[in-house]
Design a protein around this ligand. Structure first.
Ligand code: SAH
Length: 517
């Protein structure tokens, strides 16, 4: 029937697609490029316990994010429910990205989900990921194959209870298989499993390691032998999720333990910058091995309405000023965001000289091919005002434009106006408290505390304390500079270390110092 045909065609057009994406074992750098693209494209992101929550930052702000995690016993949504969710969302015409820890097809039920999608005629794509079975050992300095040790690799699940009659895991086969053996899941059943393997002839002296939260700042590794490992694990209070490796290759860890030897490994460091700025500082700390908790306390947004219009007018008049003053990298960004809307030619900025408060701002200006003509020795407003007076002399009747934040300190404006500068202040952006916690960092901070907390501006300090979070005992406070330190003291806390120079590399160095690294 013709009508029917038309209808089915229309319905077909409406079906979206489901990407089954391997999210890797935890380190955000171990996501594939295709995986990242699928997150960026998604209308709906479906994720669970082991996939790194940081990935959600790549999703569009309006994308729907659905947690369907499974913590061993408490299944948030049963598998059938997850399958149905993927199908329903795709049938609404949406692009659904299903993130799965490691590789979707290595003990990840990705195969089952794909079959369901086929049955429901939902188009899908499988994006392989880096499996914890390989990456976990690698980050513990254990190569799963090595010519001197093995020519075979067996990956098995310890999920099933081996004492149960219906267990399908053949421990006899596994015990007899030559080479390296990697076990996923099964930490809870370790004693029974290693017992079974020995019963079936595996040499009790075979080296064995367990790697927990592998590839993240929380990674923890224990080693022993097939005979001793259950005791080691019990004594260490070591829990899932962990990958177990059995075989001679475990011995290579002594030589190859690259990740856990990093200077900040084992230290939990809080970063309170805005979500858009957090990246650089976090990456540097992570590269040094720290367990970074990203807890932005403020969010920066463009000004609005009359303020925005007034700011736009001033940007448009840039060429009329003798000086343009930048007191933060954000101000540079918001200035050029507006500039790009108004002009297509870089020369429209005219001949204004440029003042910058400190190295971070200078850096951002350089990215726009602008050199600063005036930079004070220390990155604070007072020093900038001093620098104007000492280096320029009389400021009388000089025209200046200061693109600034709503609520920024008034010192600079007061000093310049006192010196008879004709100052135009344009509100380029404002800071508002960040209330979102998509990475669960705030929750982790509450539960587990941290070794160091970093503050990069007085507003991050104020907003942090407004959140009503308790500072755990023994936590060290690292501040980027004197104004930020003052803000910390105003809230009744001691600053343990202040960055010198007052920039991100200085702050990273300060964190290292306070950690003795
Ligand atoms: N598809 C996943 C495995 C899912 S099964 C993959 O390819 O990695 C879940 C098990 O994977 C956990 O019980 C644990 O054994 C292991 N696992 C996943 N991520 C891990 C991590 N970061 N550290 C240690 N083990 C991990």
């Amino acid at each position: 029937m013709p009508e029917k045909k038309t209808r089915s065609k229309a319905a077909k057009k409406n079906v979206g697609i489901c990407y089954l994406v391997g999210a890797g074992p935890g380190d955000p750098g171990l996501m594939t490029l295709r995986g990242r693209e699928c997150i960026e494209l998604a209308d709906v992101v479906v994720y669970d316990y082991l996939s790194n929550v940081d990935f959600l930052k790549w999703a569009r702000p309006d994308a729907e994010k659905i947690y369907v995690g499974k913590k061993s016993k408490d299944h948030t949504l049963p598998q059938g429910g997850i399958n149905q969710l993927l199908i329903d969302k795709a049938r609404e015409g949406k692009i659904v990205t299903r993130l799965k820890g490691g590789d979707p097809l290595v003990f990840g039920r990705g195969g089952e989900e794909a079959q369901e999608l086929v049955a429901a005629k939902v188009p899908f794509e499988i994006v392989p990921g880096i499996s914890s079975s390989i990456a976990g050992p690698a980050y513990a300095g254990i190569p799963v194959t090595h010519r001197a040790h093995n020519t075979q690799l067996t990956i098995f699940t310890g999920h099933e209870d081996p004492t149960k009659a219906e267990s399908t895991i053949d421990y006899e086969q596994i015990a007899k298989a030559p080479g390296t053996k990697v076990m996923l899941m099964g930490v809870e059943r370790l004693r029974i499993i290693t017992g079974k393997l020995q019963e079936h002839g595996l040499d009790p002296k075979t080296p064995m390691a367990l790697v927990r939260w592998a590839t993240t700042g929380q990674q923890q590794t224990v080693t022993g032998t097939v005979k001793t490992i259950a005791d080691v694990v019990e004594k260490a209070g070591f829990k899932a999720p962990a990958v177990a490796v059995i075989g001679g290759v475990v011995g290579l860890r002594k030589e190859l333990n690259w990740f856990e030897n990093r200077p900040l490994f084992g230290k939990r460091v809080v970063v309170t910058r805005t979500r858009s700025q957090v990246g650089g500082l976090s990456r540097e700390l992570r590269d040094l091995g720290a367990d970074v908790l990203e807890m932005p306390t403020i969010r920066i947004q463009s000004s609005e309405g009359a303020e925005l219009r007034a700011f736009a007018e001033m940007v448009k008049d840039s060429h009329r000023y003798e000086w343009i003053i930048f007191t933060s990298p954000n101000a540079v960004d918001y200035y050029f965001e507006m500039y790009d809307k108004l002009f297509t030619d870089i020369r429209s900025i005219g001949g204004a000289r440029i003042a910058a408060i400190g190295p971070g701002t200078v850096q951002r200006l350089k990215a726009h091919r602008l050199e600063a003509d005036l930079v004070p020795e220390t990155a604070v407003a007072e020093s900038l005002a001093d620098a104007f007076e000492t280096q320029i002399g009389s400021l009388e009747n000089l025209t200046m434009f200061w693109p600034r934040a709503d609520g920024a300190r008034e010192v600079l404006a007061e000093r310049l106006i006192d010196a008879a500068v004709l100052l135009d202040e344009g509100i380029a952006y404002c800071t508002v408290p960040e209330t979102d916690d998509p990475t669960g960092a705030v929750a982790r901070f509450r539960e587990e505390g941290a070794d160091v907390i970093t503050f990069t501006s007085s507003s991050t300090v104020d907003c942090f304390f407004e959140m009503g979070l308790e500072l755990p005992k023994g936590i060290k406070i690292a501040s980027i500079g004197p104004i930020t330190s003052d803000a910390v003291r105003k809230h009744g806390h001691k600053v343990d270390i202040e960055a010198k120079p007052h920039d991100i590399p200085g702050l990273v160095a300060a964190v290292r110092k306070i950690c003795g690294a």
